[in-house]
Ligand binder design. Sequence first.
Ligand code: AMP
Ligand code: P6P
Length: 333
Amino acid sequence: MQPKTLGEFVIEKQHEFPYSTGELSSLLNAIRLAAKIVNHYVNKAGLVDILGATGEINAHAEEQQKLDMLANKLFIDALINREIVCGIASEEEESFISIAGHNKDNTNKYVILIDPLDGSSNIDVNVSVGSIFSIYRRISPVGTPVTEADFLQPGHKQVAAGYVIYGTSTMLVYTTGHGVNGFTLNPALGVFYLSHPNMKFPEKGKIYSINEGNYVHFPMGIKKYIKYCQEETGDRPCTSRYIGSLVSDFHRNMIKGGVYLYPPTSKHPNGKLRLLYECNPMAFLAEQAGGKASDGNRRILDIEPSELHQRVPFYVGNKEMIDKIEEFISIYD
Ligand code: AMP
Ligand code: P6P
């Protein structure tokens, strides 16, 4: 029997909400389409002139790779053309985009935040990258232009979140608060099939993902945790695996059991990862898969955002491993 397609799954879940208008389903389907289009370009990036940097700088003084600019445009076009959201925020856009409906007030109730191509520094070396999305209900009145407050909501208000991983196969993994499900793209048919139903972190984890090149700048608690992972006792030593692509490291750790760490460093004293369109969606997925996500002291999903591109220290993965990281931070920092 053929596995369920993503389209069938989305409609099936919608029917569990008899009063739904179909708006969230339409939004999820637009993301599905955008994922296929971005996948097409990611898979041929080496063949056409979309490799390398644009020479432009994004809102964070980071060099913009051509493919992440293209991915940004593809996602935004797919969403704007269907008029199924009232606002979009993106890592690649300094401010949010308000979508006024053509010839009518925009009566849509969702805003979306995206990291259109995370890990873009890996593009030129053929290492897997990903797209991340996060969906909220607007809090400003429907029919009026969106405000920044619609985007600055704590992560526990998310309606849905997910990622696309462009790896040895392309997968779309998402949650709407009722578990995490993974869909693998059959590129010959252009169809995502349910391949990883009800994804959960294993009980135990033995992988830690961190850029140890920053070791000298880590807080003492993190230095002590790394050495703890390397001890030859109990369920250790752990295995160190770091791809330099959050989506890929997270995906592997959710399947095999592990934790991703991006602590404060000298270059990024508040951490490098962005709260709104990287940490919150990955934290929502992690908790839905039985894991945990923290900034070392607080639950990521409880942090009240103050600005669109704010950064936080980020620890996400197996609950037991995150508990141990928080324990070391509380003792040594
Ligand atoms: P809607 O009016 O279609 O935006 O749906 C209203 C609410 O029903 C959404 O905010 C979700 O909480 C739930 N819902 C609707 N469609 C779906 C779906 N396809 N998958 C999961 N939840 C859904
Ligand atoms: P570093 C990619 O730029 C990213 O945001 C994450 O996907 C990745 O885990 C991290 O930064 C890599 O950062 O400083 O280790 O190269």
